[in-house]
Design a protein around this ligand. Sequence first.
Ligand code: ARG
Length: 473
Amino acid sequence: MSAKNEKSWQARIGEATDAIAQAFVESMTYDWRLYKHDIAGSIAHATMLARQGLITDDDRDAIVKGLKEIESEIDHDGPKWDGFKPELEDIHMCVESALTQRVGEPGRKLHTARSRNDQVALDLVLWLREATTQVRESLLLLCRAFVKLAEENRDVVMPSFTHLQRAQPIVAGAECLAWATMFDRDVSRLHQIVKQSEEISPLGSGAIAGTSLPINPSIPAGELGFARGPVSSIESTASRDLACDFVYACAMIAQHLSRLAEQWIIYMSTEFGFIRIADRYTTSSSMMPQKRNPDMLELIRGRCGNVYGDLFALMTILKGLPVGYNRDLQEDKRIVFRAFDTVNQCLTMAAAIVNSASFDKDRIRPTLDKGFLDATSLAEYLVTKGIPFRTAHHIVGTLVARCEKEGKDALSQLSVEAFNQVIASTNCNVRVTDDVYTCLGAENVVNRYQSTGAGGGKPFDEQLRAWKKRFGI
Ligand code: ARG
């Protein structure tokens, strides 16, 4: 019998692990977060061992009871649980050691036909499945906040921007739905990861080559929500593809959050003044008493850099690994935990900010006529009169230049004669009437949009209706 806390491999390794090496190799201080998944995996494994006659039903019952007690202790104590001993290296050894101390011999049978290599691969997939579901929930809360903001700002007309220059008018609500659409694509990406996490259970792979014992991996696979057990024991213990997919999905979410943060920081500046967020999501300056800074949005933008770093770190760790387990793989946990924590916190923060936001119509309206936002609308109007688009584009460009020369802010300040003069100069037979003013002015323009998904008019109403229906709003 081995003494308390002595490692299971002490028989082979002559001397105790060096203290520096001990602190260096351990992962318990962070992989304790896998405890629920580790215990679920062990219960499923013990269930299979009993069904295959590899342990008795009594052994199984003692194991299951002991593991459930351990789980509720950790639920209660968290990382302070007294079974967490860094000298035991990781969550797997801590739980197994505590189990054996508690239930005796049956605990020593739990690791039959199992290695920490298939055990940790399983734990990680189970953790990723749960984490993905949580991020998905956070994303949906953010989408919902955008739909609410879209509804509240369905009548606010504002410029859209390309090259950060005024482009065409839109309703503010349509821009909110643009963000919702972007984050909804992240939801779909996560959905694929959940589906993937329900495919192959690594448990039953052993250390690399499987086992000579008559196990049945499809039993724990079924218990744990997988379609099947390992297809290749070698591959199952060696790959972290799903972790890469997860961190990539996190990096995409972080990218989207960072773009949102950037846009809103600009919109919150005095120069724009398009958006207000609640003061509780801003801070001030220790020196400049007047300041109201969007620090939370800046941190969301900044933390994207951390998540990109996580993706790069994981991909780089994996690039040199021969097939089969290598201890380098232990580093994957730090990365997925950190990417998850960062992104989930950023999503929660972003949703709170969006829920508190409003568009400042009084700031947007006075400058709405600046920038000839209706120029494209006028060109399209001319197309409906039979003028080829390229010619129409040239006519409107000439009219805009004329406005600028004459100190006019808007195309609607031109007379019907002025429109017709420029049209005539292109040798077109078409002449316009007063009717031309119906396509001018930002408010008129947004109501004229017809194409699916457009930034105003009926297409926007349809988008909003579909989103509201989806969220039962
Ligand atoms: N703590 C290890 C990890 O997270 C578990 C597997 C260790 N296996 C081994 N044979 N050393 O990857």
